[in-house]
Design a protein around this ligand. Structure first.
Ligand SMILES: C[S@@+](CC[C@H](N)C(=O)[O-])C[C@H]1O[C@@H](n2cnc3c(N)ncnc32)[C@H](O)[C@@H]1O
Length: 289
């Protein structure tokens, strides 16, 4: 982890504890976080569970399809996913859509940001699919990443906090992204409030992707206020330049999005949970300004 990113993550993790009025946790984290960063550094040097992709044994991976890579690194973006008990289940199967929209970036020197990077399995797949890309993995716990490289940055984000999202966008004020993927909390409010803040960080003609955009249908706790204006409905209103009310978007956000979205592509993968298909994914393309 870059020292600059450690400092940003440290400050913002602590700010978030204050924002949540968790003063005891704030005090605990002042010391715990330093310890965790040191431990993480040691693990990266000595543990077999942490993989330096710059020295990775299997160079053939640079030639593989995204679906092969998603299954190889066992991210739930692929056709199948191996559970902890070894059972193989049908997964989201987002690969055909990622291939369809992102093939044109394959050999470009792109910037890609994934929020909700978890252990970095998705990012490790993108590392091999986009051999010239610079990748950023942002997560509520950035120390979860098992894959690292000179081409991968890890950093803290909490998409449930608007002020943290704004700090994050400001931190990257000199860098815009060709691709931003939201695979974080899948909470309805978080998806909506993150979108206008990070869509501003997408380059002209670039893409903002929202995975599992309707997952709250299977897990109502992801939409605790039973909001009627879902992210998909909001996108439909935005592209048709229609008015609507959402507690998580103000008029400035709506105007910005209406005038900067070029196209919206809605796709459906194949994972079923609690009797619902939870694999709705949206690719939102920015105008070429
Ligand atoms: C479905 S996992 C992501 C899987 C990963 N993208 C991959 O391809 O393997 C979701 C991640 O979002 C993170 N997350 C949950 N709430 C979050 C929040 N409020 N802000 C940022 N990340 C969050 C979780 O810690 C978890 O690591």
């Amino acid at each position: 982890m870059k020292v600059k990113n450690i400092l940003f993550s440290y400050q913002n993790l602590l700010k978030r504890e204050i924002e949540k009025k968790k003063y005891f946790s704030f005090l605990r984290k002042i010391f715990n976080l330093i310890l965790k960063v040191l431990l993480n550094l040691i693990k990266k040097l000595f543990s077999k569970n942490f993989k330096n992709l710059d020295k990775y044994y299997n160079r053939d991976l640079f030639e593989k399809s995204l679906d092969y890579l998603f299954i190889y690194f066992n991210t739930d973006k692929g056709k199948t996913f191996k559970m902890n008990d070894g059972q193989i289940i049908n997964s989201h199967n987002y690969s055909p859509f990622y291939e369809k929209y992102f093939k044109r970036f394959k050999n470009e020197k792109i910037n890609l940001l994934e929020i909700g990077s978890h252990e970095g399995k998705g990012l490790a797949s993108f590392f091999f699919y986009f051999p010239f890309a610079s990748l950023v993995g942002a997560n509520i716990n950035p120390l979860q990443m098992k894959y690292f490289s000179r081409r991968i940055e890890e950093i803290f984000i909490d998409v449930s906090s608007k002020s943290i999202l704004k700090n994050f966008a400001n931190y990257y004020k000199d860098r815009d992204f060709d691709i931003i993927i939201d695979d974080a909390s899948h909470n309805l409010k978080d998806i909506i409030q993150t979108f206008p803040i990070l869509f501003k960080k997408v380059k002209a003609n670039g893409f903002y992707v929202i995975e599992d955009i309707d997952q709250f249908k299977a897990f109502p706790n992801l939409n605790p206020n039973s909001e009627i204006m879902t992210p998909l409905l909001i996108l439909e209103k935005l592209i048709n330049k229609q008015d609507f009310q959402s507690p998580y978007l103000d008029d400035k956000d709506k105007d910005y999005l209406k005038s900067n979205i070029k196209n919206i592509y809605i796709e459906k993968g194949s994972m079923r949970l609690e009797g619902h298909n939870v694999s709705d994914i949206v690719f939102i393309q920015k105008k070429d300004i």
